[in-house]
Design a protein around this ligand. Structure first.
Ligand code: AMP
Length: 249
C-alpha cells in the first residue's frame, strides 16, 4: 500500500512570531522554518506502517515556495521514499492545497493519505477534511492510534469527552493528533542518503488547479500585552482578593 504524506513548511514552533510593521502578516524574513510538527508525526506514522510491512512506499508532497524542498528532504531523511514539490511562490489556501492533493491522489492512488490535523501557521484545520470531501474517501481525523487490518483502518480519535474509535475502508484519509507518536530524528547517514532520493518538481498549472486566494487578510496584530501581576502576603489575602474580583465564593 502506498502512503501519501503532505508536509508543509511553516515557521518553526520554537520561534516567537513577529508581526510586520504594516500589520499585513507575520514577518518571515530570516526566521527559522521547519516541517509542521503534526506533519512530522504523519511522516513517522507512515514509516512505522512501512516497518510493519503494511506500507510499501511513502511519497511526501509539499505545496509552497522552492525552499519547501528542504522540508521534503527532511521527510526523505526520516524515511520517505520520494517527494513531489508543487511550487507556488504565493501562499496557497487550504482549499487550493486540497484541490492539488486530490489531483496527486488521482495520479498516485495511495491507500492512505496521512496529513497533520492542522498547520501551526494558519491553524486552519481544513485541508484533510476538504481532501476527503473532494476525493469521496472516508476520513479519520485527530488520530491518536492507527491500526491497519487488511482493507480496514481503525482510527482512535481524540474527542472532547475521551476517545472514539472509527473504522474506515481504505483508501482513506487520516489526520494526526499530537499523541499519535514521537517522530524520530533523521540520522546523519540518512540525511546524506536523502540527497539522492527522487524529488519531482511541479506547478499548480501542471495539475490544472487555480490557486488564486479567496480570502483577503485585513489585519494581523500582536496579542495584547499581559498586565503585570501583584504579590500577596498569604492565602487569606489571596482569597480576599479573589472574592473581591468575584472569582471565588
Ligand atoms: P491546515 O488545514 O492548513 O491546518 O493544514 C492541515 C494539514 O494539511 C497540514 O498538517 C498538512 O499535512 C497539510 N497541508 C496544508 N497545507 C499544506 C501545504 N502547503 N503543503 C503540504 N501540505 C499541506
Amino acid at each position: 500500500m502506498k502512503v501519501l504524506v503532505p508536509v508543509k513548511r511553516v515557521i518553526d514552533y520554537n520561534v516567537k512570531p513577529r508581526v510586520k510593521m504594516d500589520g499585513s502578516g507575520v514577518d518571515l524574513a530570516n526566521v527559522k522554518m521547519s516541517m509542521n510538527p503534526f506533519d512530522e508525526i504523519a511522516v513517522e506514522e507512515a514509516i512505522r506502517l512501512k516497518e510493519k510491512g503494511v506500507a510499501t512506499e511513502i511519497v511526501a508532497v509539499s505545496i509552497g515556495e522552492a525552499k519547501a524542498q528542504e522540508t521534503l528532504r527532511t521527510a526523505l531523511a526520516m524515511g520517505a521514499d520520494r517527494a513531489i514539490l508543487i511550487v507556488s511562490e504565493t501562499e496557497v489556501e487550504p482549499l487550493g492545497v486540497a484541490k492539488l492533493l486530490a489531483k496527486v491522489v488521482a495520479e498516485e492512488a495511495p491507500g492512505l493519505v496521512i496529513l497533520g490535523k492542522q498547520a501551526i501557521d494558519d491553524d486552519s484545520n481544513q485541508t484533510g477534511q476538504m481532501l476527503a470531501a473532494l476525493t469521496g474517501r472516508p476520513q479519520g481525523t485527530f488520530a491518536s492510534k492507527v491500526e491497519v487490518e487488511g482493507d480496514t483502518v481503525k482510527v482512535t480519535r481524540e474527542v472532547d469527552g475521551g476517545l472514539e474509535t472509527v473504522s474506515l475502508k481504505t483508501p482513506a484519509i487520516i489526520t494526526t493528533d499530537l499523541r499519535l507518536n514521537e517522530p524520530r530524528y533523521a540520522s546523519l547517514p540518512n540525511i546524506m542518503k536523502a540527497k539522492s532520493k527522487p524529488l519531482a518538481q511541479k506547478t499548480p498549472a501542471d495539475y490544472g488547479v487555480d490557486v488564486t486566494p479567496r480570502l483577503k487578510t485585513l489585519k494581523v496584530s500582536e496579542p495584547p500585552k499581559r498586565q503585570a501581576g501583584i504579590k500577596v502576603a498569604d492565602v487569606d489575602e489571596l482569597a480576599a482578593k479573589l472574592k473581591a474580583l468575584g472569582v471565588a465564593a
